[in-house]
Design a protein around this ligand. Structure first.
Ligand code: SPV
Ligand code: MG
Length: 431
């Protein structure tokens, strides 16, 4: 009896999966792989049911002899373990980033004469509906909100990218790359005060009011499913912050980061070039505690951002604040720096981890951009935020196009570097 292996990465079984199983059974005894949570989040959709429940689901399907967990995007381990005569998969992986995985499978099989069988992918109205229902489930506030905490548990480092509109949200949602044979994508979105304000042509001084900031969140949540970390600036008055917490929870936001500044807030990247005042430990701790008391769900996170390094108050002050803010109830600590050298960030992380091994650490490597996510994770960082790079890449491109049309009195010269109208209209999902 021949052995057939197929790997599933779905929470709902539809006609397409049953068809794959039916075809696989014709070839031999069928072993189904359940792609582990860790791999699923890098590769495909976020799981809406637990890994154990997916295993149970696959085991209950007709003709399935055995279910194994596939712990890597690539099939090396399962091939070594099972040595299947056939690997069966829907033929949709022939195109796009997943084709790199398929090529690797081909090379593994060819080493011992195994065979790859591509089954025509089933796509009909029922399958489309199931896909849409899964997406909708992921987009709902109760699912989206808890997803950041889940990700912190599931992945060594959560990667968040800035979004300030439906379109930038879609870029963060949909961008998947294949690099050196592995697929990757962003885990979460950062709704930056700098970029949200800049998109509205306003300075980053808490001038754009919360109603407007919530509108931005809604534009993003309408078209995406990934979790949101909201830049709450100073959080405002504690009496106002408690309402912000409730609104953010209701919108399905996973976390708010508030910074320990008081008075007129200016962007941190100005550092000491402008007048900025740090809140006292007592004042800021009281704000965190008020927010935590107001929060209704267990999922939501209030993350305290420490500005001591930005304002050149020293490492000891930063660490003292971190300890105090965690004591006040903060669910995470963001440490910021505007130095190019990541040394002070790493020193903070190492020292903080000695006193607190678990509270999540968040960093924003805009200035210290030489360091990689992996290096940061090795120093205990849990969340890396790319805070403004989409805005900063779009702005010069738009400015150059405007200048060139003015110079040429027509748009022909710029056309080659523009996205086609067809591409832009197909970027947006139709319901
Ligand atoms: C933002 O993106 O608005 C931030 C991060 O607060 S920073 O601009 O680095 O202060
Ligand atoms: Mg900000």
């Amino acid at each position: 009896m021949k052995t057939v292996y197929t790997c599933f990465c779905t929470d709902v079984i539809h006609e397409g999966h049953l068809n794959i199983l039916k075809e696989a059974q014709k070839l031999g005894k069928v072993i189904v792989g359940c792609l582990s949570d860790k791999v699923l989040i890098r590769y495909n959709k976020f799981p809406t049911i637990a890994q154990e429940d997916r295993v149970k689901l696959y085991r209950s399907l007709p003709g399935v002899e055995q279910v194994v967990i596939q712990e890597d995007m690539h099939y090396d381990d399962v091939v070594t373990l099972i040595h299947p005569d056939y690997i069966v998969h829907g033929d949709n992986w022939k195109n796009g980033p997943e084709s790199a995985i398929r090529e690797h499978v081909e090379s593994l099989l060819s080493a011992y004469g195994g065979q790859l069988v591509d089954i025509p992918y089933t796509y009909n109205e029922d399958v489309r509906k199931i896909d849409m229902q899964l997406r909708e489930k992921l987009a709902m506030p109760e699912y989206r909100r808890k997803r950041l905490r889940q990700l912190i548990e599931m992945t060594p480092v959560v990667k968040a990218m800035e979004a300030h509109s439906g379109l930038t949200g879609l870029i963060v949602e949909k961008t998947v790359v294949e690099h050196e044979g592995k697929l990757d994508q962003f885990d979460a979105m950062w709704v930056s005060s700098l970029c949200d304000s800049t998109a509205k042509g306003k300075p980053d001084i808490e001038l754009v009011d919360m109603t407007s900031r919530f509108r931005t969140i809604e534009d993003i949540t309408e078209v995406t499913t990934k979790p949101i970390i909201f830049d709450g600036d100073t959080g405002g008055l504690p009496e106002h912050f408690v309402y912000t917490v409730r609104s953010l929870e209701r919108l399905g936001v996973s976390a708010v980061i508030i910074e320990d500044k008081t008075g007129l807030k200016k962007n941190s990247l100005f550092g000491t070039e402008v007048q900025q005042t740090q809140a006292s430990i007592e004042e800021f701790s009281a704000k965190i505690a008020a927010g935590k008391k107001a929060q209704l769900t267990d999922d939501f996170m209030i993350i305290a951002r420490i500005e001591s390094l930005i304002l050149e108050r020293g490492m000891d002050d930063a660490l003292e604040r971190a300890g105090a803010f965690v004591k006040a109830g903060a669910d995470g600590i963001m440490i910021h720096s505007r130095k190019k050298d990541p040394a002070e960030i790493l020193e903070f992380c190492d020292k903080f981890r000695q006193m607190d091994p678990t509270t999540p650490i968040v960093v924003v490597p805009t200035s210290f951009n030489v360091i990689t996510e992996e290096e940061l994770a090795a120093h205990g960082v849990n969340i890396v935020i790319y805070a403004n790079q989409l805005t900063r890449s779009a702005f010069p491109a738009m400015q150059k196009t405007a200048e060139d049309i003015l110079k040429n009195h027509r748009a022909k010269e710029v056309d080659d570097r523009l996205m086609s109208i067809k591409d832009i209209i197909t970027l947006i999902d139709e319901i």
